[in-house]
Design a binder for this molecule. Structure first.
Ligand code: B1M
Length: 212
C-alpha cells in the first residue's frame, strides 16, 4: 500500500480531520485520481474500523470521530469525482429516522459507515414523513432506502413508508432496509422490508447484498 494511503488510514483512526484533508490534497498533487484516493485512502481504512467496531475492539465515539475525519476527506473528493467515477460507486442510499422519532446517533453511524464503504448517502434527517422519503428516493434515484426507528411506538412507521412507496409506484425500484435497537429480523420481514441489520457493519454487508 502506498505510504500516503497508510498515513491517511492512521489519521482517520485518530479522528484527525485536518490531517486527512492535508493528505488528500497531497495525494491529489502526487497525481492519484480522486477515485483511487477515495477507495484506497478513505474507504479501505473505514471498512477496517467497521470490522473492529463489530469485534468490540472500538466503541461508538471512536467510530464517529473516525467517520467524521473520513467525511472531511470525502468532502474534498466529491466535487472532483467524474460521472463515471460516480457510476462505479457502490450505490445510492437515502437514509433517515422515521416520523415521530428523533434518535439519530445510530442512524448517523450507519450512514457514515455506508459512505465509508463507497455508497453515495443522502441523509434526510430525523422525524421524516413518508412523503419526504418518497421524494428523496425519486430525486436521487436511490438503490436503497434505509429506515431507522428507536422506539417501539415508531416502528410501525416502516409500514407507512412502504405503503407510500407502493402508492408512488416506486416500491419495485428501491430496496428497503430497516434497523434500530427495538427492530428484529422477524419484524422487518413482517412489514415487507427487503433487509434488516442489527448494527452498522452489518448494514454495510446487507446493503452490498441488496445492490448486487
Ligand atoms: Co431515547 N429512548 N427517548 N433518547 N434513547 C431509548 C431508545 C430507550 C430504549 C431508552 C429506555 O427507556 N431504556 C427508550 C425507548 C423505549 C421503547 O420504545 N421501547 C427511549 C425513549 C422512551 C425516549 C423518549 C420517549 C423519552 C421521553 O421523552 N420520555 C424520547 C423520544 C423522543 C422521540 O424520538 N420522539 C427519547 C429521547 C432521547 C434523547 C433525545 C434524549 C436521546 C437521542 C439523542 C439523539 O439520537 N440525537 C435519546 C437516547 C440517546 C437514547 C438511548 C439512551 C441511546 C440511543 C443511542 O443513541 N444508542 C436509548 C437507550 C439505548 O438504546 N440503550 C434510548 C447508540 C446507537 C449507536 O445505537 O441507535 O441502537 P442505536 O443504533 C445502532 C443499531 O440499532 C443499528 O445500528 C446502529 C449502530 O450500531 N441501527 C440501524 C440503527 N438504525 C439503523 C438503520 C439501519 C440498520 C441498522 O438500516 C437503515
Amino acid at each position: 500500500m502506498n505510504q500516503i494511503f497508510t498515513e491517511m488510514g492512521k489519521s482517520i483512526e485518530r479522528g484527525d480531520a485536518p490531517g486527512v484533508e492535508k493528505l488528500v490534497r497531497a495525494a491529489l498533487e502526487e497525481g492519484h485520481s480522486p477515485l483511487e484516493i477515495m477507495q484506497k485512502g478513505l474507504v479501505a481504512p473505514m471498512e477496517e474500523i467497521g470490522v473492529r467496531f463489530r469485534d468490540g475492539e472500538l466503541f461508538v465515539p471512536e467510530v464517529l470521530v473516525a467517520a467524521r475525519a473520513m467525511q472531511a476527506g470525502m468532502g474534498i473528493l466529491k466535487p472532483l469525482l467524474s460521472e463515471s467515477d460516480k457510476a462505479s460507486r457502490a450505490g445510492t442510499v437515502v437514509i433517515g429516522t422515521v416520523q415521530g422519532d428523533i434518535h439519530d446517533i445510530g442512524k448517523n453511524l450507519v450512514a457514515m459507515l455506508l459512505e465509508g464503504a463507497g455508497f453515495e448517502v443522502i441523509d434526510v434527517g430525523i422525524d421524516v414523513k413518508p412523503e419526504v422519503f418518497v421524494e428523496a428516493v425519486k430525486e436521487h434515484k436511490a438503490d436503497i432506502l434505509g429506515l431507522s426507528a428507536l422506539l417501539t411506538t415508531t416502528m410501525p412507521a416502516f409500514k407507512d413508508v412502504l405503503a407510500a412507496l407502493e402508492e408512488a409506484g416506486l416500491r419495485s425500484q428501491v430496496k428497503v432496509m430497516v434497523g434500530g435497537a427495538p427492530v428484529t429480523a422477524e419484524y422487518a420481514e413482517k412489514v415487507g422490508a427487503d433487509g434488516y441489520a442489527e448494527d452498522g457493519p452489518t448494514a454495510v454487508e446487507v446493503a452490498r447484498k441488496l445492490v448486487s
